[in-house]
Design a protein around this ligand. Sequence first.
Ligand code: HEM
Length: 535
Amino acid sequence: MAATPITVAVVLGLLTLLYIVTRKRDEENKPLLKLPLIGDLHSSPIDKPLLNWDSWTKENGPVAVPKLFGLIPIVVLNSYEAVTELFSRRSQWYSNRPPSVSMEMITGAEPGQSKFTLMHDYDDHLKFHHRILAPSLGALAAPQYHPLMELESKQLLFDLSNATRQFPQGISTETIYPLLERTQSSVILALHYGMRIPSFEEHILHEIIHIQTQVTHLAANPGIPDIIPPLRHLPAFLSPWKRAADKLYATQVDLYMRLFRHGRDSAGWNSTKQAIATAEKYSKGGVPDLDLAFTLATSIQGGMETSPRQLLWLFIAALHQPSFMARAHALLDEVVGRDRLPKFSDRSGLAFIDAIMHELFRWRPISPGSIPRRADRDDEFNGIKIKRGVTLMANAWAIGRDEKVFDPKLGDTGDFVPERWLQRDDGGEERLRTDLPLPVFGQGRRICQGKRVATDGSFMHVACLLWAFDIEPADGELVDPWAMVVAGFMTMPKEVKFKLRPRGDWVINVINKEWETAEKSLGKVMGTDVDVENN
Ligand code: HEM
């Protein structure tokens, strides 16, 4: 039976009234309103949002308590010291996310129990799901997924070299983006489900992107039940939100279970098989397939949308401060040569390329406000009161510019200076610094579970792109490194046109030869069907 609009309006009105009255009666423990994952702090002004954050951080110091929409207090952590103290040292009180009714409703879950790892409360269930993910996203899995990343980088170069022939006068970031998106989607889907994405036109890719867009939209924009949580209890026939949430849940179950079965039944190692093996080993009563399917799906959400946007900033850095390119080219010629593409086995000799990748994540963190946390007790830091239940955001933009951590003597923190990530070891060799943070991945118990996959993949793509191409301004095009757009809770550069030129004929020859002869069967690329924890 469908409810009439009048019934819905009346029930809504009553519930709103009830909610306001109960809140007034219980001022002390009043629930905080649901926040969008990222609010208007960085989405205004629309044009250059982070320019605003820069001066705002300088004015406010290490911790600021602005009001979102002028109403809701939110604690913003602007220094490495503040985020380390709260999210790492006091992590038992700062490891939950702010409540999100929508994200629970679209996974058919109770409060705090969203089936997405990202939004679940930090309890035993979540710890166990982190445990399930760890072997397939960490160091043990790297030898399994490195050949996959090398393969996808080869296709990226092959696709890009074709595209550069089509656009000799200049190629735009909008033309390149789908090629980067295909590359990363193929890495993530092959890693998780043994499913390569050979072309951007693949139907399954668009099915996933379509669902992700709906989920990200809900995560970034509060719905009415987020503002009036009791609405979650309305039955579907009275609630348009419940009907929409149930529909999105059913669509997700169908998709994630199809992906899960594909992973379980396909040839070669992948994260689905690893998750099943890990769950069987460590759980007493077994883990339902649907739970595993959503846990794996959180990683595809986190993994597919992020890295391609981050990589676009490489082109902006190269156009804005091109001096690092000559050094990168000389190093790649010396270590890799001109007869083959870079491989992971070259990495120890390519510290400067690793430094470029790290600087990219610091200079233009694509999720500058990170993913929020909530305070689970009344607390105080540096004289600033933090009220229980309040939302906290780690300002990755400001933390990456914290001069107590990133020494400005090594380069202005506003500039793109890869050298800040290098130091000499006892033998005089230049090595990547491992003592500096990458704030874009968060910190403490809820740190990004896919950080290793993201940085390994980005290293390989940056090495291959710089090995193959010169990046130069297109005639008459000015590059503004501040020009960016906000997409969901991420930022990406505004469209810009530039020249992407193969560094010589040898580049095309090597790319064509390596792509033609590459092993593309995942059963072979991903190695044998093993539990990596037993290796
Ligand atoms: C450029 C790439 C990426 C960025 C910038 C990024 C950023 C983040 C951030 C900021 C968080 C929240 C951290 C916190 O609260 O402290 C997060 C969580 C997460 N990320 Fe990533 N991520 C990236 C790639 C990936 C990849 C490749 C995967 C998996 C293959 C992944 C899986 C996850 C998961 C499962 C969580 C949830 C952790 C939790 O809430 O307990 N991410 N990511």
